[in-house]
Design a protein around this ligand. Structure first.
Ligand SMILES: Nc1ncnc2c1ncn2[C@@H]1O[C@H](COP(=O)(O)OP(=O)(O)O)[C@@H](O)[C@H]1O
Ligand SMILES: [Mg+2]
Length: 245
């Protein structure tokens, strides 16, 4: 019943997180029950499931924000989370927001480099309120990646963005993940987003992982590809939604 760091052996085997028999309840209600999950370094996993099925609860447990009621989570030394809202501190400049919690003198140069990586290198002294929604999420990504996490947890980070900004964010996230190679768990309600970004799509149901679908290179790269269409229909059926043409 614990959250512990991966063993050297597990790290060497390329594991980013290892979850077994996880249980989490709120009062009498068990939200996660007997959940198993492994994500490898560099692997991009998307998690789909109907609203209220426990996705955020799972991410909070993986990030160590919440205690767990049973089972085991073995994770890397550094885990970072990005939520749907950027959660920036309004009275701190952007670079200070990114450097938050980096206590040594390298904090500022690391934060400036991370802001440059997300295309906001020239905004480091600005305030969060001067940013658009997409820019604020880019700062949140910079803040997550500046710690070089072994596991990156993304909880519907693009859900509040317009379609065009969302596509730009997809490209940026793909690029950042390719460069930093954390294990990624992305919660999304968008089946196409899951297929476009992930190596593997999981379905969460009844407190556990009920489906696990690899995404082929062909399907991930082209939403019109027959494999992508087939997977989309399959995932929508798993979610209890009829595909509409
Ligand atoms: N702090 C809390 N206290 C009590 N119940 C909660 C709390 N957080 C979430 N829940 C309940 O746990 C279930 C799962 O919530 P959540 O993980 O947020 O779902 P999802 O992210 O999949 O939409 C929901 O029924 C929700 O109402
Ligand atoms: Mg949620």
């Amino acid at each position: 019943m614990s959250l512990s760091t991966l063993s050297v052996q597990q790290e060497q085997n390329g594991l980013a997180v290892n979850v077994s028999s996880l249980r989490r309840r709120y009062g009498e209600r068990t939200v996660i029950n007997g959940l198993h999950l492994q994500i490898r370094r560099g692997e991009f996993v998307a998690l789909l499931g109907e609203s209220g099925c426990g996705k955020t609860t799972l991410l909070r447990a993986l990030s160590g924000l919440d205690a767990i009621d049973g089972g085991r989570i073995e994770g890397p030394k550094q885990t970072a989370v990005v939520f749907q809202e950027s959660r920036l501190i309004p009275w701190e400049s952007l670079w200070r927001n990114v450097a938050l919690g980096l206590h040594d003198r390298r904090g500022k140069p690391l934060a400036l480099a991370a802001l440059a990586e997300v295309g906001l290198g020239d905004r480091s002294e600005d305030w969060p309120r001067t940013l658009s929604g997409g820019q604020a999420q880019r700062v949140a990504l910079a803040r997550a990646l500046v710690r070089e996490p072994g596991l990156l947890l993304l909880d519907e980070p693009f859900a509040a963005l317009d379609a065009l900004t969302r596509l730009r964010m997809h490209a940026l996230v793909r690029q950042l993940v390719a460069r930093h190679r954390p294990g990624v768990l992305l919660v999304t309600h968008d089946v196409d987003e899951a297929i476009a970004l992930a190596d593997r799509v999981l379905i969460m149901r009844a407190g556990a992982i009920a489906g696990d679908y690899p995404v082929s290179h062909a399907a991930g790269g082209n939403r019109a590809h027959p494999e992508a269409q087939q997977l989309r229909e399959h995932l929508l059926a798993e979610l209890g939604v009829e595909a509409v043409e």
